[in-house]
Design a protein around this ligand. Structure first.
Ligand SMILES: Cc1cc2nc3c(=O)[nH]c(=O)nc-3n(C[C@H](O)[C@H](O)[C@H](O)COP(=O)(O)OP(=O)(O)OC[C@H]3O[C@@H](n4cnc5c(N)ncnc54)[C@H](O)[C@@H]3O)c2cc1C
Length: 200
């Protein structure tokens, strides 16, 4: 659960790092390690994994007593799944899967050759996406990556956009210690289906 905190603490416009992450000498941390705070100073659900939210819930239950609604619904042995009925707000992973599905699918339906207007609209979309993405820590890193020389969105064609999106996704995969995806296969994954026919 160190993924947001592996780097040095950075200042931010919208929210804040959980201050308890870094005060090893504090007697009783207010939030468990891994919980990211939003601009209101409260835990940011869309920036935090369910597992870390579960830890928060357990902490609340032990400090506030078993009479809270959370404590009643979360026995100590509960798995993260019990915190996760299908109609609850997304955590960072569910949000991410949905967002990548949208982004790669947009690339898959992008024209083989984009007009100047389409290119301009796509640049605007990606710029706004980077600003509005609900996980603010994810959004800041995504914007920083996009703004680096050489990483600017490549919007001239479906092929170029699809590969660029795959590279953007691989950047996050690397950050999270996940396996990189073979970008030569992005179109099979997101547009045509696999060559072995299993999606037909
Ligand atoms: C812009 C953005 C930034 C994010 N930043 C963070 C962050 O800082 N911290 C954090 O914890 N989470 C972040 N996330 C969420 C994270 O990327 C994952 O979505 C989440 O961890 C769930 O991962 P997953 O393993 O289920 O699959 P996902 O990474 O969501 O991938 C979904 C599917 O896409 C396919 N895929 C994987 N890699 C590629 C690729 N390179 N190209 C094409 N297809 C691919 C695979 O089939 C995979 O099953 C971010 C999401 C987005 C959209």
């Amino acid at each position: 659960m160190d993924r947001f905190f592996a780097d040095a603490v950075k200042s931010n416009k919208k929210g804040s790092q959980n201050p308890d992450q870094h005060n090893g000498d504090a007697a009783a941390p207010k939030y468990p390690k891994g919980v990211v705070l939003g601009e209101d100073g409260k835990p940011c659900r869309s920036c935090t994994s369910k597992a870390d939210f579960l830890a928060l819930t357990r902490m609340s239950a032990s400090t506030e007593g078993a009479s809270t609604a959370i404590a009643k619904t979360t026995p100590p042995s509960a798995s993260t799944a019990s915190l996760d009925p299908p109609d609850c707000p997304p955590d960072v992973e569910e949000l991410g899967r949905g967002a990548w599905t949208l982004l790669h699918s947009i690339s898959a339906s992008y024209p083989p050759r984009a007009s100047p207007t389409q290119q301009s609209e796509m640049r605007q979309f990606l710029g706004l996406f980077g600003k509005l993405y609900p996980c603010w820590v994810c959004a800041e890193d995504f914007q920083d990556w996009m703004n680096k020389k050489g990483n600017e969105p490549r919007v001239e064609s479906r092929d170029r956009l699809g590969k660029w999106m795959c590279e953007a996704h691989n950047e996050v995969n690397r950050k999270l210690g996940k396996q990189e995806f073979d970008c030569g296969k992005w179109e099979e994954r997101w547009r045509t289906g696999w060559k072995d026919g299993r999606c037909d």
